[in-house]
Design a protein around this ligand. Structure first.
Ligand SMILES: NC(=O)c1ccc[n+]([C@@H]2O[C@H](COP(=O)([O-])OP(=O)(O)OC[C@H]3O[C@@H](n4cnc5c(N)ncnc54)[C@H](O)[C@@H]3O)[C@@H](O)[C@H]2O)c1
Length: 344
């Protein structure tokens, strides 16, 4: 599979490009980036050509698929154009800026008959696939409650163009603050772990600390707290934060009638089951990547395998759409200060 990478920033450099380069069934056809020097540098490292425009990518008949790794505002446009040109699409999260856009992306996918995968990598982390297996096997009994967190110091040091004026802090490019950036991961994860959709949400969002270079607070939220009810009756809470200046927190705790499952909690092991009778069961299955310490995401291998096997990938366009529906409704809940059913 020959793949063009659109956007050569942090996520492309740390995951997409190296993981395509490592995959024996993938070949990097080239890189498109606004920043031509960056695209040239990456093409020198990974091979392939430097594209001057999206039109050049679309008219390159040797390209089977694209990875859309640009800021959120371009996800819909680039994905739809690629599908219309007959390319398969792997698009980063959040899927787009609105449900209007995600619907247009899904319609383009339908029309094209091509594959679309979302970059929600959390469900590919080994500890999460193992946790799902354990939950299915009833390891902690009936589920009672979940609590999940994604908290780190913020995207302004992660981006390939770091600094307080990063696109992540600009509404026209990102649309959502931490809710879209980190919330997207944990919303998709809980849907995956519980095989259920989120039914309703109550959210509170704040801008506690992030400021632009001129000292003004950013226009997007840097902290979000959500209370959820799932379709299967399970309640839970989540906190996403860009102002955790301590150790990154990527934990999920699930409470059941027979015990508690802690994934990436305070223990050295990836999963610890604290059973009601006091026994602890521990699983070490591969750890988690942090911003500072990247490990293979598995997203690229899954995308390429799905294309070669002609099957749906583990994260579909519907997963991206349903996750965005929760994000959108949570944003509205925070504004209206009330519980809302998710508008899918
Ligand atoms: N799955 C994950 O865990 C994960 C992690 C980080 C980022 N992301 C997502 O990946 C996307 C990119 O994030 P990033 O961290 O790589 O950002 P980044 O700021 O590091 O890189 C963005 C790149 O896109 C280029 N660019 C901007 N607009 C462009 C355009 N219109 N056409 C071509 N190139 C353009 C920039 O020059 C830059 O090189 C975002 O949607 C983000 O939410 C996902």
């Amino acid at each position: 599979m020959r793949v063009a990478v659109i956007g050569g920033g942090a996520v492309a450099q740390r995951r997409h490009l190296p993981e395509y380069a490592e995959n024996p069934n993938a070949e990097i056809a080239g890189v498109l980036d606004f920043n031509m020097d960056r695209a040239k540098e990456l093409a020198e490292i990974y091979g392939g050509r430097v594209y001057g425009s999206m039109e050049e990518v679309l008219s390159d008949g040797s390209v089977d698929a694209v990875s859309v790794c640009t800021p959120n505002a371009t996800h819909a446009e680039y994905s739809i154009k690629a599908l219309e040109a007959g390319k398969h699409v792997l698009v980063e999260k959040p899927m787009a800026l609105s449900l209007q856009e995600t619907r247009a992306m899904m319609a383009a996918r339908e029309r094209s008959g091509r594959t679309m995968m979302l970059g929600h990598n959390q469900r590919l982390i080994r500890a999460h696939t193992k946790a799902k297996e354990l939950l299915k096997a009833g390891s902690i009994g009936e589920l009672l409650f979940f609590q999940s967190s994604f908290k780190h110091p913020g995207p302004e040091t992660w981006s390939a163009d770091p600094g307080a004026d990063t696109w992540f802090f600009q509404k026209d490019k990102a649309n959502f603050g931490v809710m879209g950036d980190l919330g997207a991961h944990k919303i998709d994860l809980i849907r995956y772990l519980t095989d259920s959709e989120i039914k309703s949400v109550f959210a509170d969002m704040r801008t506690l600390d992030k400021k632009y270079a001129d000292g003004c607070p950013i226009e997007l939220e840097d902290n979000a707290v959500c209370m959820f009810n799932m379709e299967n009756g399970l309640p839970g809470i989540m906190h996403y934060s860009w102002t955790n200046y301590g150790r990154e927190d990527n934990s999920t705790i699930i409470y059941g009638t027979k015990g508690v499952m802690k994934i990436f909690g305070d223990y050295a092991d990836d999963i610890v089951l604290e059973m009601r009778d006091g026994i602890q069961v521990k699983y070490t299955v591969g750890g988690i990547a942090t911003n500072a310490n990247q490990t293979k995401s598995g997203v690229i291998d899954e995308f390429i395998a799905a294309l070669l096997e002609g099957r749906e990938p583990i994260v579909t366009a519907v997963d991206g759409h349903n996750t965005l529906a929760v994000i959108e409704t949570a944003m509205r809940s925070a504004r209206e200060k009330k519980w809302l059913d998710i508008a899918y």
